[in-house]
Ligand binder design. Structure first.
Ligand SMILES: Nc1ncnc2c1ncn2[C@@H]1O[C@H](COP(=O)(O)OP(=O)(O)OP(=O)(O)O)[C@@H](O)[C@H]1O
Ligand SMILES: [Mg+2]
Length: 269
């Protein structure tokens, strides 16, 4: 297969470490085979991005990720004319590059983007599979291998910032949540280098925090935070201090909540 230099830089060479939580791998493979655009939903730090990296590697497709934000315009995704010494030159945006090359394009936190930005993905995510480059006067037909994936944190956004139904209904969706206890212990131990016994304590603290969700915490401690805490412990930091820096202080400024979390930490350390 011909692989251009451009494509090579987006190719994931080494297998990313990913532990399947339910049956998301086979579901995503089927979705890719059907070229069904996918939405991955779930709280921060639960493995959504890692999963997409893993799937891109497994399916041997280049991966182009874009972090969306509210200042992003349609041109940031699609492309624009740039001025250089010879005049103006068109430069493809990341979405256009992915559609041309047949990559998986991962739009992270797509709900952050303004709605006039979000609608540019509509013709790409239905039977048309096209991307109109209006300013350039080109109608791009997506490469047969192209797939669009978006991520979405349900619950964070107000209804003002929700995705439109006409956007949502163009995607299949996979729900992500924190892995089950034994699996999460394995992941935290693998990623941070701590023992399974230590990882077990960190996961126990996280479980307590997750029960506080909606009772003063917007979100419980994520797998990512546990890995951070474990990494500090691996660097020789006392577990109590590591948990304070990596778990309790980042997640809340509320003194009562900090007390409740500190109490959970001191139960285990
Ligand atoms: N099932 C899993 N297998 C392997 N690693 C995992 C898994 N779940 C979570 N992780 C670990 O958790 C970390 C955080 O996951 P990731 O960055 O994918 O979160 P995310 O869901 O994309 O969060 P955000 O919404 O904030 O972008 C990863 O770096 C990875 O080490
Ligand atoms: Mg992510």
């Amino acid at each position: 297969m011909f692989v251009s230099i451009d494509q090579e830089q987006y190719q994931i060479i080494e297998e990313p470490y990913y532990k399947e939580v339910h049956d998301e791998i086979s579901l995503f493979e089927a979705a890719y085979a059907a070229r069904l655009p996918m939405m991955v939903k779930g709280p921060t730090g639960c493995g959504k991005s890692r999963f997409i990296e893993y799937m891109a590697w497994r399916l041997q497709r280049p991966l182009i990720s874009v972090a969306c934000n509210e200042d992003m315009t349609a041109s940031d995704l699609v492309g624009r004319f740039l001025l250089d010494k010879d005049g103006t030159k068109w430069q493809d945006g990341p979405l256009t590059t992915a559609a041309r090359m047949g990559a998986i394009c991962y739009l992270d936190e797509v709900v952050e983007a303004r709605q006039d930005t979000t609608v540019v993905i509509h013709p790409l995510t239905d039977h048309r599979r096209t991307l109109p480059l209006d300013k350039k006067g080109e109608l791009l037909h997506a490469h047969p291998d192209f797939l669009l994936v978006i991520s979405y944190n349900p619950g964070y956004q107000s209804s003002m910032k929700d995705l439109k139904q006409s956007t949502k209904q163009r995607f299949g969706a996979l729900d992500f949540s924190y892995p089950d206890r034994d699996l999460e212990i394995e992941i935290v131990a693998h990623e941070s280098g701590v023992s399974t016994e230590m990882a077990g304590k960190l996961v126990s603290i996280a479980e307590r925090s997750r029960n506080l969700k909606g009772h003063g915490l917007d979100e419980g401690l994520s797998t990512r935070m546990l890995i951070y805490a474990g990494s500090l412990i691996e660097k020789g930091i006392e577990p109590l201090a590591a948990c304070s820096v990596a778990l309790v202080r980042p997640i809340t400024d509320d003194p009562d909540m900090r007390d409740a979390l500190d109490a959970a930490v001191t139960t285990f350390f």
